[in-house]
Design a protein around this ligand. Structure first.
Ligand SMILES: [Zn+2]
Length: 155
């Protein structure tokens, strides 16, 4: 068994789409980033690479590489899964936390869980997504950023 931890944070700016787990959440601000900025999928990718001791998202998909500009993070996840599967690992379960002050995400959680489960090829019962605010504290609490933490277990 191998455990991996992923963390990511992106600035929230007007004129960008808020992507979380491959789902576009209606909001007037979205993640600033070289790719689509999906903070949750980036944390998933880092957790998977971490569990395999294969570096991190920046090493595999550098933001200086024009190939990854505005690329859907789901495509980066597909490439990451190829790395994991080539090493012979299977994913057991995933537990994630999104930290976002607004909007409320509870109604989007089933769709986010289902989409991540589909992408990872595991049952939705093996995918947990939780949502927190930062109680108005720090940049994320001031609605200037969104964060995600993810833990994965692989066999
Ligand atoms: Zn990121």
């Amino acid at each position: 068994m191998r455990i991996g931890l992923g963390y990511d944070i992106h600035r929230l700016v007007r004129g960008r789409t808020l992507y979380l787990g491959g789902i576009a959440v209606p909001w007037h601000k979205g993640e600033l980033g070289h790719s689509d900025g999906d903070v949750l999928l980036h944390a998933v990718i880092d957790a998977l690479l971490g569990a395999a001791a294969m570096g991190d998202i920046g090493a595999h998909f550098p933001s200086t590489d024009p190939r990854y500009k505005d690329m859907p993070s789901s495509e980066l996840l597909v490439k990451t899964l190829e790395i994991i599967r080539n090493l012979g690992y299977t994913i057991v379960n995933l537990d994630g936390t999104i930290i976002l002050e607004k909007p409320k995400l509870l109604s989007f959680v089933p769709e986010i869980r289902a989409n991540i489960a589909r992408m990872l090829g595991i049952d939705v019962s093996a995918v947990s997504i939780k949502c927190k605010t930062k109680e108005g504290l720090e940049s994320t609490g001031r609605e200037q950023a969104v964060e995600a933490h993810v833990a994965v277990l692989m066999d």
